[in-house]
Ligand binder design. Structure first.
Ligand SMILES: [Zn+2]
Length: 363
């Protein structure tokens, strides 16, 4: 017995010795090796716009995803205004088609549809893509189409972007003035059907009235895939303390967005990004916070000045965080979380484990 205890002490001593010798880079590596989960990325739209080219996923996205040790990405179908209303369904299907073609061409990616698929994909050292939908426009008012998109692999839906549609109304980019109306009858039916099928209901972008409606008709843990706290950027597109608490009560998860951390460019920093994480952790615990980077500088940069001006007039001017601009920068976030005093368990929850819990509950 004594020798067993001595052995255990020796092992622990070795372990702690190992911990002290670990450099910060090694610690970052260890925390990220299980894969970082980003629940919001406009990949399908980007692939669709580059549909004349081959192997876009492999050549333009894989290097950055690998550099940031990204393991799972929620890839969002999004339909730009110029395609609506008539081409919404068509473009959504084409975006999914590009995902299938591109993942066939590059075997490092797997479109994953269930929690077990995600686990299997990760064990194989591949990147799991979870297809999501940002705005229900592709469905029009046809609930049966939800089943079609489900069969194609869609596993999360946010009912609206900033605009209104048949399901409900988006939160505007101002402190107040969003529609006071909640979900339409179609929106309510859609939410119920999502929960029945196993399509995660995402509360990002929805107006405050719609937010309440969704929570009142669902029972599973809700998510807000990509948002920011109103304490640091006070617009109805973002999330208030009361809303954060509502998500916490239901054991949901809120992903922090990297492009709306502050209305001011000079305050759009990695520290401010972590302030958003900390704010949510203080209100509902670290179990309630994850990542939804929403990196889109690569799209924004390619727009003509007129499109940038239009975005600024319609919504806002995004301020990109200099050292958190794309997936290759994920290690910078891990480093900052360490510097700010988060422990290993907390960091792994933020980077991955909280989203995995949601996937396990829904998929
Ligand atoms: Zn969005």
């Amino acid at each position: 017995m004594v020798s067993v205890i001595r052995d255990i002490c020796a092992i622990r001593g070795f372990f702690f010795q190992g911990m002290t010798d670990e450099s910060i880079d090694q610690r970052i590596e260890r925390l990220q090796v299980g894969g970082v989960i980003d629940m919001h990325f406009d990949l399908p739209m980007a692939l669709y716009e580059k549909r004349e080219r081959k192997n876009v996923l492999e050549t333009e996205f894989l290097p950055e995803l690998d550099a940031g040790k990204i393991g799972v990405v929620g890839v969002a179908i999004y339909i730009e205004d110029r395609y609506l209303p008539d081409a919404g369904l068509r473009v959504a299907l084409d975006q999914i088609a590009r995902l299938f073609v591109e993942t066939q061409a590059c075997q490092r990616f797997v479109v994953s549809k269930a929690y077990r698929d995600i686990e299997k994909t990760r064990k194989a050292g591949k990147i799991a893509l979870l297809i999501t939908m940002e705005g229900a426009e592709p469905l029009g008012t046809d609930l049966d189409l939800l089943r079609v998109f489900y069969e194609l692999g869609v596993r999360s839906i946010g009912l609206t972007h900033a605009r209104s549609n048949a399901a409900g109304h988006g939160g505007i980019f101002a402190p107040n003035g969003s529609s006071q109306e909640g979900l339409s009858r179609f929106g309510r039916d859609l939410v119920r059907e999502c929960e029945t099928l196993g399509v995660i209901v995402d509360l990002a972008h929805i107006n405050p009235a719609g937010f309440k409606d969704v929570l009142s008709i669902t029972t599973k843990p809700p998510i807000v895939s990509h948002t920011n706290v109103r304490r640091y950027y006070d617009i109805e597109r973002n999330i208030s303390d009361d809303q954060i608490k509502m998500i916490g009560e239901r054991r949901g998860v809120i992903g922090i967005n990297s492009v709306l951390v502050s209305p001011k460019g000079n305050e759009s920093t990695l520290d401010r990004y972590v302030d958003h994480i900390e704010h949510i952790a203080n209100l509902i615990g670290v179990d309630g916070v994850g990542i939804g980077f929403d990196f889109f500088e690569f799209i924004y940069c390619q727009w003509p000045e007129s499109a940038k001006k239009e975005l600024a007039e319609k919504l806002t001017t995004p301020h990109f965080i200099p050292d958190l601009r794309n997936h290759s920068h994920a290690g910078n976030l891990t480093r900052k979380l360490i510097e700010r005093g988060f422990n290993d368990e907390q960091i792994e929850k933020i980077l991955r484990d909280n989203w995995l819990r949601i996937f396990k509950a829904w998929l």
